[in-house]
Design a protein around this ligand. Structure first.
Ligand code: NAD
Length: 460
């Protein structure tokens, strides 16, 4: 943990440590990751308890989406790090021979990672793994809105890393601002688009490179030929895991009018199958993070006709999974990121209408399309830009570390996970290595007409 005094000098201190070479060698990075894995294993029950205390996150979801996710990312990174770190050979054109060329992966230096509350363990540690793998020292600021998890993250970091390698600073916007005032070599931010803009402005003062993993409305389009039962199951799961507080949760459904009624019936049946007749009582259903968040979502329930769900429990900050029919496009539920278990459903007669609706909030973080027709799906993906996409599924693409994860436009800048994360936390340095065996005089002054004519022939 960083004291108030040393918070002011965090970037300087961590940069000096990075420059001392502590994470220069692969073996040092590998050992640091092993210590992290060990610390997580030791703290497993504390992590599960903290997530339960912060928002009653069910143990299965805590284990699979937070702990197992991070363990798998560490394993993948350790398995492939040697290959990722290896300089990549680059071609050298004939006129520059006998030189050779390569790309080296150089750590940025001291990096700042700021994370949100919704997957408070995973989203703090996943970028940290990539940052360490790339040889950076790190200041990690977890979200103040999941305070129990922030405390466990802090103790896991303290157990795994010596001071100056990775440090944590807990607290809210004031602490974040104190950190953003400093000059970092890279900033990795996950959170809202609103705060993302503040981070970008702060980074611009020092021309610090950033990755912004932001939010927005991720549409889910269902074509008339979709497999209804599986579609309903995968949408309900993607919407209800973490009680809808997932950056890539399907935000709203656009469905072909031919199957709209049947899809709504299938969604309602799936909600009951998964969470029982009284979802507010379900042990498998997380709570909302705060009273403020609960009240915002409760207000959104008035924005459409409730097809199923709608019951609320303010004391436990819970709202039933709710299907909302035909909200106005001007309503809050269709304007802001929902980030909770409310699922608006809007019909279309032609896929072009769905595309126009999506274009109202362009560049979503995730885009979902359900259909048996692979060609139609490809055509759709080509026409609708998005951060990532899944066909006939929701959310699961985040689990494949071979895929880059990130947004575009207002949903974010940059990508991470697996090798993409390693590259994000590395400067790609082009290195040109010339031979001393020969030194053709062609490029050197004084320039002659013959040199010019040779150059014209060689370079065109
Ligand atoms: P947030 O932007 O409120 O907070 C994120 C971080 O920023 C926290 O650490 C917080 O302390 C800090 N912060 C808050 N106000 C600040 C300020 N004024 N100045 C500087 N720092 C400040 O986000 P949140 O509510 O924690 O998370 C929800 C949002 O995050 C949603 O929009 C969601 O879509 C997005 N999200 C995106 C991803 C992704 O991978 N793209 C993942 C999870 C969440």
């Amino acid at each position: 943990m960083v004291s108030a005094h040393s918070l002011k000098t965090a970037a300087e201190r961590l940069r000096a440590r990075q420059q001392s070479g502590i994470l220069c060698e692969r073996t040092a990075r590998d050992k640091a990751l092993s210590r992290l894995e060990q610390a997580i294993q030791t703290a497993e029950s504390d992590i599960l308890n903290a997530l339960s205390r912060d928002f009653r996150k069910p143990q299965f979801e805590s284990y699979s989406t937070e702990i197992a996710f991070i363990r798998s990312e560490i394993r993948q990174t350790q398995k492939h790090l040697k290959r990722w770190m290896r300089p990549q050979r680059a071609a050298t054109p004939l006129f520059l021979k006998p030189a050779s060329s390569r790309v080296e992966f150089e750590p940025w230096g001291a990096v700042l990672i700021m994370s949100p509350w919704n997957y408070p363990f995973q989203l703090a540690l996943a970028p940290l793994i990539s940052a360490i793998a790339a040889g950076n020292t790190v200041l990690l600021k977890p979200s103040e809105l999941a305070p129990h998890t922030a405390t466990v993250v802090e103790s896991v970091i303290a157990a795994a890393f010596p001071d100056g390698e990775v440090e944590t600073a807990t607290g809210g916007p004031e602490v974040a601002q104190e950190l953003l005032d400093q000059q970092w070599d890279h900033i990795f931010f996950t959170g809202s688009t609103r705060v993302g803009k503040l981070v970008y402005q702060a980074a611009a003062k020092h021309l610090t490179p950033v990755v912004l993993e932001l939010g927005g409305k991720s549409p889910c389009v269902v074509a008339a030929d979709a497999d209804l039962k599986t579609t309903a199951r995968r949408i309900v799961w993607g919407k209800c895991v973490n009680a809808g507080q997932t950056c890539i949760a399907p935000d709203y459904i656009l469905v072909d009018n031919q199957i709209k009624d049947k899809l709504c019936t299938a969604l309602a049946a799936e909600i009951t199958r998964a969470y029982g007749p009284a979802p507010l009582e379900s042990e498998d259903y997380a709570s909302l993070i705060s009273d403020e968040h609960y009240k915002r979502l409760e207000r959104l329930l008035a924005d459409g006709d409730i097809f199923c769900g709608g019951a609320c429990d303010a004391a436990n900050r819970r709202i039933e999974p709710t299907i909302l029919l035909d909200p106005s496009l001007q309503s809050s539920v269709m304007q802001e990121e929902i980030f909770g278990p409310i699922l608006p459903v809007i019909g279309f007669d032609h896929i072009g209408e769905a595309e126009q609706l999506i274009a109202r909030n362009p560049n979503p973080l995730a885009l979902y399309y359900f259909s048996r027709d692979r060609k139609a799906a490809s055509r759709f993906l080509k026409r609708v830009p998005s951060g990532g996409a899944a066909l006939n599924d929701t959310v699961m693409h985040v689990g494949n570390a071979a895929l880059p994860f990130g947004g575009r436009g207002t949903s974010g800048i940059g990508q991470y996970h697996g090798q993409w994360g390693f590259e994000t936390f590395s400067h790609k340095k082009g290195v040109f290595s010339q031979s001393l065996l020969i030194d053709p005089p062609l490029r050197y002054a004084p320039y002659s007409a013959r040199q010019l004519s040779v150059i014209r022939k060689v370079l065109g």
